[in-house]
Ligand binder design. Structure first.
Ligand SMILES: [Fe+2]
Ligand SMILES: [Fe+2]
Length: 269
């Protein structure tokens, strides 16, 4: 079990609860494959998004190269079907310490929080593969839902506002993932439910880290911008969506035919 205090800031942050109709769909055994596969890919996207932020804003070239090398075996497995997933655990380490590039206003705090987050997301990635193995679900790549793209399309295109917006989006995606894991946990097989509960603490911290970084970097009150993204996020979650995925909206009639065939690059947990 988890403490209610863990979820209360998250529920206060989110502008709506996950619709009952999504939970009804998500607990169906025939949807386990799409939920776990999408979850798996979202864990990698979470690591990629965090890595992108520190590569773009914070570290020198040598550190950026070490980051890319860290992620490569995970990307090779996911997008190119290369390598054995069991070997990925031993690849989850960074070959050098990360140094801020000269002149960057975004320093060690961004790097430290994001490096820890990447390590945890890649560990989650491996854990989802373990669950898929246990439930005899082979990995195949699938399209991402409209969700992350629907948020990120509103990111401003000038700095530092762009970075602040991306961090706020990160906070919402982490918070929603946390809320969904908590709601879904009692509705699915115990082994999967226990796994979801085990993810709550780190995903709750990821939400808080993104929000804290956004506030620190802005150096001013960002509550209006947070509320702006909160409304967009709630709309993506509560409006009809015919593509059933981990972060999808309220399932519509066509959503049972979720697409397990194509590739896309947006998402995060
Ligand atoms: Fe995660
Ligand atoms: Fe996360």
């Amino acid at each position: 079990m988890y403490s209610k205090e863990l979820l209360s800031p998250i529920n206060a942050f989110l502008h709506c609860e996950t619709p009952e109709a999504w939970l009804l769909e998500a607990k169906k055994p025939e949807n386990l494959r799409v939920i776990l596969t999408d979850h798996l890919i979202c864990e990698l996207k979470a690591a990629q998004s965090a890595m992108y932020l520190i590569r773009k804003y914070a570290v020198d070239k040598e550190s950026a190269d070490a980051l890319l090398a860290w992620l490569k075996p995970f990307e090779d497995f996911t997008y190119r079907m290369q390598g054995d997933w069991r070997d990925l655990l031993k690849h989850n380490s960074l070959s050098k310490s990360m140094l801020p590039k000269s002149g960057t206003p975004y320093g060690q705090d961004l790097i430290d929080k994001m490096v820890l987050l990447i390590k945890e997301e890649l560990h989650h990635f491996y854990q989802v593969l373990e669950v898929m193995q246990e439930f005899d679900i082979p990995y195949e790549n699938i399209t991402s839902s409209r969700y992350a793209r629907g948020l990120l399309t509103h990111v401003k295109n000038h700095e530092p506002d762009a970075l602040i917006d991306k961090l706020i989006c990160g906070a919402y995606i982490e918070a929603r993932s946390c809320e969904r894991f908590a709601k879904l946990a009692p509705l699915v097989d115990n082994r999967i439910g226990d796994f979801y509960v085990s993810l709550l603490r780190s995903e709750a911290r990821h939400y808080q880290d993104y929000l804290t970084l956004a506030e620190e970097i802005a150096g001013k009150d960002i509550s209006e911008r947070v509320a702006f993204f909160g409304k967009i996020e709630a709309d993506l979650i509560s409006s009809p969506d015919d593509d059933f995925k981990f972060h999808s909206g309220s399932p519509s009639e066509a959503s049972n035919k979720s697409d397990m065939t194509q590739t896309n690059l947006v998402g995060q947990i």
